[in-house]
Design a protein around this ligand. Structure first.
Ligand SMILES: O=C([C@H](O)CO)[C@H](O)[C@H](O)COP(=O)(O)O
Length: 209
């Protein structure tokens, strides 16, 4: 079964928990977006895990250095998964994996800004990470000509556990699923919808079809 991850790029704990409450029945992983964590600090992680102990809480730290220390901070606050940047050196990822093993949690490598995402995904899986996020960030998505098809093609040939993040929505979720991903990440398609619960439900049903 492909897991559905909601990426919450809102700025307050109150709004994040309100959104998670609406969509929880349909999602597996609650991602606290980088701007949310920068805005609210580690407390948002603790609050979300307390509110949803049965969901995986994903702290989108996008860590670039001090991997073990930052992973200790995220896991200590209640996160189940943390992102480390694939663009950084292996030592940072190895440090975070060490922390994850200590806490019984997991590391996800975010390939934002990496030129050869597939090659980097294959390299970092060997370091013990859970899965790799093939990711086009919000700024890359805003560039003229951006298409999620690039990520879908990359997922099809990655040969290692990956997620796709970067404009996942109802019109492309079937193709995202068919690419063989472990996790589909949807942010704006859910938090920006007039009815987030309905949007999450439709994505869930498409993944389960
Ligand atoms: O990780 C993200 C971004 O860097 C801002 O935090 C997004 O959550 C991710 O790109 C998914 O967002 P959508 O494209 O809105 O689905």
């Amino acid at each position: 079964m492909v897991k559905l991850q909601v990426a919450i790029d809102l700025l307050t704990t109150e709004d994040a928990i309100a959104l998670a409450t609406k969509v929880a029945p349909y999602i597996d992983i609650i991602e606290l977006g980088t701007p949310l964590i920068k805005s609210e600090g580690l407390a948002v992680i603790t609050a979300m895990k307390k509110a949803f102990p049965d969901k995986l809480v994903f702290a989108d730290f996008k860590t670039a250095d001090a991997g073990e220390l930052e992973a200790d901070m995220a896991f200590g606050a209640g996160a189940d998964l943390i992102t480390i940047l694939g663009a950084t050196g292996d030592a940072t990822i190895i440090g975070a994996v060490k922390s994850a093993k200590k806490h019984g949690k997991g590391v996800v490598v975010d390939t934002i800004g990496v030129l050869d995402r597939v090659k980097r995904a294959q390299e970092v899986i060997a370091l013990g990470v859970e899965f790799v996020e093939l990711h086009a960030g919000l700024d890359e998505q805003a560039q003229p000509g951006y298409s999620i098809q690039v990520l879908i093609d990359e997922a099809s040939r990655a040969g290692v556990p990956v997620s796709i993040a970067g404009g996942v929505k109802l019109s492309n979720i079937a193709a995202v699923k068919a690419s063989g991903v472990k996790v589909a990440v949807a942010g704006a398609a859910i938090y920006g919808a007039a009815d987030p619960a309905a949007a999450a439900k439709e994505l869930r049903e498409a993944l389960d079809a």
